[in-house]
Design a protein around this ligand. Structure first.
Ligand SMILES: [Zn+2]
Length: 581
């Protein structure tokens, strides 16, 4: 579908756009049309990086103008039009890479209009990282949360202070286990998804600590001598550790039996239940292996700051590992009477692989290394089709952890295979990204539930390839996927709340939907376009919409507009990797 004067249905029917469209004058309407037709990264572009905007296929020339006085600072020719199969858009690239002066600018196309404002400069993604990490703070459960004077009114009193064992857990009675992060738009806490998020954030610290250590997150622990990203992750780890039974096994989730209404966290009074599989051994293999993996990472990352906690995490990880080995087939399905998130996963072998690799990386012990080598052949081929990383698919995380272990006892053949296959696959992704009219790595098949997380995970994959074989092409392609998330997409929409001039407004997120704050909670990544259409909003959209268009900025569209810990963490990793530019 070619973009004309008409707005895409999904954006036009809701959100802030409605107000200017119905009440603003002709001049404002023309400006908005330009802002939607000229897609830029609304955060901006690093000084020395490739800088490209994409416009509708009108016009021949473009200008870069300084926002403060509208002075033209750069002129260029639009590149030849290309049709983007994912969205149906016809696009021309406006490349202003040669312009290298810091400031705030917009792209102007005579006859089409002007773009949103954006920055060119150094440390361009610092604030995006700050807001995205504060997004985790806002999800904290079991405590009062307050974003402070920067976002007045974005606060809530303490929530979910009482836990109890559900009949499916094999235990009974009360449990005092406050903590963790609300998972997504709901108030549930799920070990597997929070483990993916926690592991990814700890990896961001391990890989890019130098990039992010200067950014204080202004959370209650700031200034305690521990890096803030570790402070934030620990809030969740403390809860995860309490989900471990005395036999080492880990219960799957702690949620109410069904989802609450769209109320603020403190107003959700449904009992918070520790939910198990409903039959012996009650705990979950995937959850136990995930705790083993994340506990092992925590043992490395917190050692310098809190050795006692590092030991506690490693002990828990070893204990969970043994339980998962003894109980390899304890998969989870919602027990009778429970309808909260299922995070269904019939295969926990990849979670065990990840656990083995992280335990090996932390301890160097043979038993863990042997496990990984024995099972590596089963998973190596998965590296050939990136990204596929999510809470249910952790083999690449495991293989990478092994390859990055630096242990002399690591099998050199396996390490070489992991590195070579990752780099080879990333090279193909780079080629595809360069050829894509929006310069993203996404293919039609990637517009699934949480597709923005897929875009971010392409970035993670490319950055990991860069660890194995440093190449600016990997970093650039990763950044191109970040540009897509921050506004260079068919909707000209920043998919991070309160970031950029035109961010999405209506996340499927109970605190944001409670009506207690003036807008959505800041720093949260939307799930993104989803051709699976699993909600009524998407199902009602035109059948011939291309996959990248299947998105609605509506609270009701949980299948395209929910926020979630896993893709939030992938975004943070990508930002951390790009922060040095
Ligand atoms: Zn809570």
């Amino acid at each position: 579908m070619r973009r004309g004067g008409q707005l895409p249905v999904a954006v036009a029917v809701c959100g802030l756009l409605l107000t200017p469209l119905t009440t603003a004058g002709a001049e404002d309407r023309a400006q908005l049309a330009g802002q939607l037709a000229i897609r830029v990264d609304q955060v901006g572009y690093p000084l020395a990086a490739t800088k490209v905007a994409f416009t509708d296929a009108k016009g021949a020339r473009f200008e870069l103008r300084r926002s403060s006085d509208h002075k033209v600072v750069f002129k260029g020719k639009l590149e030849a039009a290309q049709t983007d199969a994912n969205s149906g858009d016809q696009l021309r690239a406006a490349d202003f890479s040669r312009f290298r002066k810091a400031g705030t600018y917009y792209v102007s196309v005579p006859g089409l209009g002007r773009s949103w404002n954006f920055a060119i400069g150094s440390n361009i993604f610092d604030r995006a990282y700050y807001l995205a990490m504060r997004g985790f703070y806002g999800q904290r459960c079991g405590t009062a949360v307050d974003l402070g004077s920067e976002f007045p009114g974005y606060s809530h009193p303490i929530c979910h202070q009482n836990g109890e064992f559900h009949v499916s857990s094999g235990a009974s009675g009360r449990l005092v286990n406050k903590g963790g992060w609300h998972d997504a738009g709901d108030y549930g806490r799920y070990v597997v998804n929070s483990a993916f998020a926690s592991g990814t954030l700890l990896w961001a610290w391990e890989n890019y600590g130098k990039n992010i250590e200067h950014i204080a997150l202004k959370i209650p622990e700031t200034g305690n001598g521990t890096p803030d990203i570790l402070n934030e992750v620990r809030w969740n780890l403390n809860w995860m550790l309490q989900m471990q039974d005395t036999d080492g096994g880990v219960w799957f989730k702690q949620t109410s039996e069904h989802f609450s209404g769209f109320v603020s966290p403190e107003d959700d009074h449904l009992p918070s239940e520790v939910i198990g599989t409903g039959a012996p051994a009650y705990k979950s293999t995937c959850a136990s292996a995930d705790l083993a993996a994340v506990g092992a990472i925590a043992a490395r990352t917190y050692q310098k700051y809190d050795a006692a906690f590092a030991k506690q995490a490693l002990d828990a990880a070893r204990h969970a590992w043994i339980w998962a080995e003894k109980n390899p087939n304890a998969t989870f399905r919602n027990p009778a009477g429970v309808s909260t998130g299922e995070y269904g996963d019939a295969h926990c072998g990849d979670e065990q692989l990840w656990a083995a690799a992280e335990l090996f990386r932390t301890t160097g012990e043979k038993v863990y290394g042997d496990y990984l080598v024995q099972h590596s052949a089963e998973y190596l081929s998965g590296l050939d089709s990136p990204p596929a990383e999510s809470w249910a698919s952790l083999a690449a995380r495991g293989l990478w952890a092994y390859a990055l272990s630096g242990r002399k006892s690591a099998d050199p053949v396996v390490v070489a295979a992991i590195r070579a296959r990752t780099v080879a696959a990333a090279r193909k992704v780079v080629e595809r990204t360069r050829a894509n009219p929006y310069r993203i790595s996404m293919e039609a098949k990637d517009f699934v539930w949480g597709s923005n997380g897929v875009a971010a995970e392409y970035g993670v994959y490319l950055l990991m390839a860069n660890q194995f074989e440093p190449d600016a092409a990997f970093v650039d392609a990763a950044r191109d996927n970040l540009h897509y998330l921050l506004g260079r997409n068919t909707f000209s929409l920043s998919w991070v709340t309160q970031l950029g001039e035109h961010p999405f407004q209506h996340p499927h997120h109970r605190p944001s939907g409670s009506g207690k704050q003036p807008g959505p909670w800041p720093g949260l990544l939307s799930g993104g376009p989803n051709a699976g259409r699993q909600d009524v909003v998407l199902a009602a959209m035109a059948k011939d919409l291309p996959p990248a268009k299947m998105y609605a900025d509506q609270q009701e569209s949980y299948a395209s507009n929910e926020v979630c810990l896993n893709w939030q963490a992938s975004l943070v990793f990508l930002l951390a990797g790009e922060l040095q530019y």
